[in-house]
Design a protein around this ligand. Structure first.
Ligand SMILES: NC(=O)c1ccc[n+]([C@@H]2O[C@H](COP(=O)([O-])OP(=O)(O)OC[C@H]3O[C@@H](n4cnc5c(N)ncnc54)[C@H](OP(=O)(O)O)[C@@H]3O)[C@@H](O)[C@H]2O)c1
Length: 430
């Protein structure tokens, strides 16, 4: 066996710490399965004084990225810092220096993945990112290999465990969002700053990465319509259950007539469907290929061990590639283009919930606004919120209609709502 492959580890946090442990504890397995031994040469952190797990050699720790990026002896950089900056710069500099890179960074891959993959190809090095989507669930490799003969009709997925945990609590315990979030934070399933999860950004990054692979052309974060879960109320879940639906934060990419829809938003799903039954922090991805039909991926989408599993798998894959004379990892070879359907042109059925004054004629006024917008109602019911204040929720489902028309009608309907509140709107995915 030739000399050990030298690793520069960027980040020693939740995932980095676990990867570091595996590199020690599973050193034999990695060497056997990858055909080469590996050594950690240097570790970049932000705070050198922070206590570290036993087994971390303090002399390897640095706070200067140059110690890794400018070191010609480092063969492969494992980036586990997170966030776009400075992680993206470090990845670019590592590739430019001819180093292979493994990353778990969804934000960088969703925003700059196509450019970085092109750079990696130019430099003749590998850029691996299995851990960036779905933690330990294999997704990048199946898209690149096992599903590649398919035309991908759709991806429908639950890609954020934090929000799925919160939505599960809201559905099962009747909790409002704030309470469910506090519980998720106490259980370690939500970060102190949960913005990227609640606003759908995390799921949108992951969808952009998967859609890019599925449609063989860059689908970057900026073209993914993104709406989070902050507008959901506990009573939406009650009404959904009455109608036989679950509410999930859904990531959808689908192709129709040559254009792609890429969107993340809360959605009503019939309660009997597979995705409706994905609870807690679990993730699931249903890919519909023209040859395979639906294929389901399910598992833990985050966490130190599942994510480290994907990072180390990429490392072993890289070691194997290295050993094949003349073999180059193809990376991102597709430079096609796709046309993206704007959200305003998307068609769906809609659930609407609006608090109104309980008075005669209100339903007729709602029906008139919808009918003026050519929107047909498929069902409607009313539930009292407050008997004394005489306010009620009007809850309705529409037939399939265009988003543009629905949003226009929604704005007009808000003039009828108590406090001119914009009606709660959730798309229905049958
Ligand atoms: N956590 C998960 O379950 C999970 C799942 C899937 C993917 N990921 C991805 O994995 C990556 C790492 O996540 P994580 O949860 O392990 O993050 P984390 O616990 O916050 O760890 C980040 C590490 O990077 C270091 N760091 C941060 N900014 C730095 C900077 N500017 N310069 C040098 N070092 C810096 C930190 O140093 P200090 O230790 O000194 O603070 C820390 O060691 C992210 O891209 C994340 O999206 C995480």
């Amino acid at each position: 066996m030739s000399d050990a492959v030298q690793i520069g580890l960027l980040g020693l946090g939740v995932v980095g710490g676990q990867v570091h442990r595996l590199l020690t504890e599973k050193a034999m397995v990695i060497a056997q399965r990858g055909g080469r031994a590996v050594t950690v040469r240097r570790i970049l952190v932000r705070d050198a004084a922070k206590p570290r797990a036993t087994g971390v050699e303090r002399s390897l720790i640095t706070t200067d990225a140059r110690d890794i990026l400018d070191d010609p002896a480092v063969d492969v950089v494992i980036e586990l810092i997170g966030g776009e900056r400075p992680a993206a710069d470090y990845i670019r500099q590592a590739l430019q220096a001819g180093k292979h890179v493994i990353t778990a960074n969804k934000e960088v891959m969703a925003k700059q993945g196509p450019l970085l993959l092109a750079l990696a190809r130019e430099q003749g090095v590998g850029l691996y990112y299995e851990a960036s989507v779905g933690g330990g669930i294999p997704l990048i490799a199946p898209f690149r290999r096992d599903l590649v003969a398919n035309r991908i009709r759709s991806i429908r997925a639950i890609l954020n465990g934090t929000t799925n945990y919160i939505l599960t609590r809201m559905a099962n315990g009747g909790a409002e969002l704030g309470t469910a979030l506090a519980e998720a934070q106490a259980a370690g399933y939500a970060e102190a700053d949960p913005t990227k999860d609640l606003d759908g950004m995390d799921a949108a990054c992951k969808l952009a990465i998967l859609a890019t692979l599925a449609y063989h052309a860059p689908v970057t974060l900026d073209v993914v319509y993104t709406e989070g879960i902050r507008g959901l109320a506990a009573r939406d879940f009650r009404y959904a259950q009455e109608m036989g639906y679950a509410i999930k934060l859904l990531a959808i990419a689908q192709e129709q007539d040559g254009t792609i829809e890429a969107r993340v938003h809360p959605a009503f799903l019939p309660a009997h469907t597979l995705l409706a039954q994905v609870h807690g922090v679990y993730n699931a991805v249903v890919v519909e290929g023209d040859l395979t039909g639906p294929v389901l991926f399910y598992g833990q989408g985050a966490g130190a061990a599942p994510t480290a599993s994907a990072v180390v798998a990429d490392l072993i894959g890289f070691l194997k590639n290295m050993n094949q004379e003349g073999y180059r990892d193809p990376g991102f070879l597709d430079e096609g283009t796709v046309s993206i359907r704007p959200m305003s042109k998307v068609h769906a059925r809609y659930y609407l919930r609006m608090p109104v004054e309980d008075r005669p004629g209100i339903l007729a006024e709602i029906a008139r606004i919808l009918s003026d917008g050519q929107i047909s109602i498929s069902s409607l019911f009313q539930r009292h919120i407050d008997q004394t204040a005489r306010t009620a929720d009007v809850v309705l489902m529409t037939q399939r209609t265009q988003e543009e028309a629905m949003q226009r009608a929604r704005a007009e309907l808000s003039t009828l709502a108590v406090g001119r509140e914009s009606p709660g709107l959730i798309r229905v995915e049958e």
